[in-house]
Design a protein around this ligand. Structure first.
Ligand code: F6P
Length: 329
């Protein structure tokens, strides 16, 4: 089954911002690895734990009862030391003394960049699983955690709409996504937001003010704006300030959803893709693959070189923006 490039002991880590479903992915990697006769190690706190030698042997039981839990049992961190060769060398020596000859990295673009450099330095195969709520990685229809984050945002915005309607207010809700607008786009469409502001399209504040002024003249100014934190106009507070300056009578409130979008029990979809990708991470190491990200496109597994996954990002189709305009008019 295995070829000469194959691995005998693998390490799994979570790195960067946590995302719901990371535990399901860890579980899949550990149990598939054990099923395939590999030694499996959990590396605590991402690359930081690899440098500090916080590496533990995993067995099937160590991942029991975690598929439904948010966060990550392996903890996570962003490591500055790993950016230096000396840090990576320390990390490599800790893997070497345990015979770890393959890695599965569950994280976002920064984590994949680290993996690529590490593999270049020490010729160790690295497989990436896209674990981020932002969905800002190319080579997969979705990322582990995105569906949960969007559903959390939708539930929160639905609640905001109740109180917004009761008071005839204008609400500006800011969602996460770093420099990607997917959480805003999906949650905005699903909650019937009148305006969705995302980094991928230029925000025309003049147009928004015009439509709000019109609305105010016709009836009360009840309006929901969902804005991505990375929008070019700035976050929700900037948007509120600009509106207030031009329409001082607007009864405006701001809500920044923040880190609640990162926590909570993963949705069924996130558990499924995490399990699917985790299984294939081990299979791909066994078949000699290296430095690729496991993605799912149309329910099929695809492998994308780590550097492409990071560089290309995902694109938001113009069709979606057209639909948003029609549905909110
Ligand atoms: O990448 C995930 C993410 O939650 C982004 O959406 C957000 O910009 C960032 O991480 C927040 O990072 P931190 O938890 O370090 O504040």
């Amino acid at each position: 089954m295995t070829n000469k490039n194959s691995v005998t002991n693998i390490g799994v880590l979570t790195s960067g911002g946590d995302s719901p479903g990371m535990n399901a992915a860890i579980r899949a990697v550990v149990r598939t690895g054990i099923y395939r006769g590999l030694g499996v190690y959990g590396i605590m706190r991402g690359y930081a734990g690899m440098i500090d030698d916080e590496i533990i042997k995993m067995d099937s039981r160590s991942v029991a009862n975690i598929i439904q839990r948010g966060g990550t049992i392996l903890k996570t961190a962003r490591s500055k030391e790993f950016l230096e060769f000396s840090g990576r060398e320390k990390a490599y020596n800790n893997l070497k003394k345990r015979g770890i000859d393959g890695l599965v990295i569950i994280g976002g673009d920064g984590s994949f960049r680290g993996a690529q450099q590490f593999s270049k330095d020490f010729d160790i195969p690295c497989i990436g699983l896209p674990g981020t709520i932002d969905k800002d990685i190319a080579g997969s229809d979705t990322t582990i955690g995105f569906d949960t984050a969007v559903n959390t945002a939708v539930q929160a915005i639905d609640k905001i709409r109740d109180t917004m309607d009761a008071h005839d207010r204008l609400f500006i809700v800011e969602v996460m996504g770093r420099d990607a607008g997917y959480i805003a786009l999906h949650s905005g469409i699903a909650t019937g937001a009148e305006n969705i502001l995302i980094p991928e399209t230029k925000t025309d504040m003049e147009e928004i003010i015009c439509s709000l002024t019109e609305k105010e003249k016709r009836k009360k100014l009840v309006n929901l704006i969902v804005v991505a934190e990375g929008d070019d106009f700035g976050g929700a507070n900037n948007v509120a300030k600009a509106i207030k300056e031009r329409i001082p009578t607007a009864d405006t409130r701001v809500c920044v959803l923040g880190h609640i979008q990162r926590g909570g029990s993963p949705t069924c979809q996130d558990r499924l893709i995490a399990s699917h990708m985790g299984f294939y991470a081990v299979e791909s190491l066994l078949s000699g693959k290296r430095n690729v990200m496991v993605g799912v496109i149309n329910n099929k597994i695809y492998y994308t070189p780590l550097d492409e996954a990071v560089k290309q990002k995902q694109k938001i189709g113009q069709e979606w923006m057209k639909i948003v305009k029609i549905l909110t008019s």
